[in-house]
Design a protein. Structure first.
Length: 201
């Protein structure tokens, strides 16, 4: 299977985005799966078109989009994307939409098109902390989840904890949650978990 896996560039004053660090650690193949990776901008206007272009270019059979959540210490696949941009802070292009539909012609909610429960069970069986989430926030992560779930390709958005190098605290990354927390994960552990999830698809 051809799988496209995306992460995000660093956001705001942070120099690292955990989702991007995980993507950089993925191999080009996992079992019989061919893995293509890419980094998306943390920008409402350009992130969706960038993802759509990647899908057109690489013609994946599945899409896994990663983002970081500053207040979580579990890997959390998102069960849905909501048709709403509502940014409490500006994106990397200084854009800050408030209560703005992503696509006025689309439904209010799009469900994940890869079963998040199955992915969570795969991770838990291998000893990883994981849980299904039904709230991807209203920042660029949700924007990409909503876009991916309407792409026509089986897709799942997965939030990973906002891991930072030892001793560092995420400055942002809490667009979904109320505050950042020091994660117990390492980048390599997150990458191992994602390899496990991808192998199970």
């Amino acid at each position: 299977m051809r799988i496209l896996v995306t992460g995000f560039e660093p956001f705001g004053n942070d120099s690292i985005n955990a989702s991007g660090e995980v993507v950089h650690r993925l191999p080009s193949s996992i079992g019989a799966h061919q893995i293509t990776t890419a980094i998306l901008p943390v920008a409402f206007a350009s992130s969706g078109p960038t993802l759509e272009q990647l899908i057109t270019e690489h013609r994946p059979e599945a899409v896994i989009c990663l983002g970081e959540a500053g207040g979580r210490d579990a890997i959390t696949p998102e069960s849905q994307g909501v048709n709403m941009d509502d940014a409490r802070i500006p994106d990397n292009d200084s854009d800050q939409p408030r209560n703005s539909p992503i696509d006025p012609a689309a439904p209010d909610v799009r469900p994940a098109t890869i079963d998040p429960n199955a992915v969570v069970q795969t991770l838990i069986r291998q000893g990883f902390n994981a849980a299904v989430s039904d709230d991807a926030g209203r920042f660029v992560c949700n924007h990409i989840a909503f876009t991916a779930y309407g792409s026509g390709v089986p897709a799942l958005f997965i939030h990973v904890p906002a891991v930072r190098p030892e001793g560092a605290q995420a400055l942002v990354g809490a667009e979904t949650d109320g505050s950042t927390t020091q994660s117990s994960w390492s980048f390599d552990q997150l990458a191992d978990a994602l390899k496990t999830a991808l192998a199970g698809l």
